[in-house]
Design a protein around this ligand. Structure first.
Ligand code: FMN
Length: 184
């Protein structure tokens, strides 16, 4: 299975640091998964306005379509997910992520916005009918050292548990036929 780890920040390094930690834990639970990190900071983003899509956006859409599961890592911007991440979801076919496992991780500058994950990101993934794991992890600057490495033991444990459950959801997804019996 191909797992796409999406780093939704366009600057900064904390969300990427969380992803690399999750990547390591996933490998420990299942070394057979093919893991790839997609850094949004590396892409030339283009707003969905009806214009032909540039190569980076086409490549991003292809990676979403070809992946069998996702870890979505997002910073919190203005009490929500960043525009580039919502814009990316807007470009993806509603059936492209259906019944595929997803785990969410997020970082914010305050402790107050952890429910953005629950109330804003999860409903989008539910709309795509993803298999969203019940656990997600929200981090804050105080969980990192000056080199943006995660130093908080509780966060490490929560990320490890998230990886463990995600790997089980991958197995579930493999055995779940993607073709629906209804017409939607
Ligand atoms: C435009 C902007 C808006 C932000 N708004 C919020 C916010 O509403 N709540 C919050 O907790 N943090 C907010 N932050 C802080 C970011 O969440 C934080 O800088 C980011 O998660 C750091 O991760 P990174 O190093 O991967 O970019 C904001 C940052 C920026 C740049």
């Amino acid at each position: 299975m191909k797992i796409l780890l999406v780093d939704g920040t366009v600057f900064g390094t904390k969300t990427g640091a969380i992803l690399r930690q999750v990547e390591q834990y996933i490998k420990e639970y299942n070394s057979g998964l093919e893991l790839e990190i997609l850094y949004f900071a590396d892409l030339k983003h283009q707003i969905l306005d009806g214009s032909p899509l540039n190569e980076d956006m086409q490549m991003m859409i292809r990676k979403f379509e070809e992946a069998d599961g996702y870890i979505i890592s997002t910073p919190i911007y203005q009490a929500s997910i960043p525009g580039v991440l919502k814009n990316a979801f807007d470009m993806i076919d509603p059936k492209a992520m259906r019944y595929k496992p997803v785990s969410m991780v997020a970082n914010g500058g305050t402790y107050q916005h952890h429910l953005v994950v629950e109330n804003q990101l999860r409903p989008i993934l539910d709309y795509f009918r993803c298999l969203v794991t019940p656990n997600y992890v929200y981090t804050h600057s105080s969980h990192f050292d000056e080199n943006n490495q995660i130093i908080d033991a509780t966060i490490q444990d929560r990320l490890r548990e998230l990886a463990r459950v995600f790997v089980e959801y991958c197995k579930l997804s493999e055995t779940l036929p993607k073709q629906p019996v209804d017409k939607n």
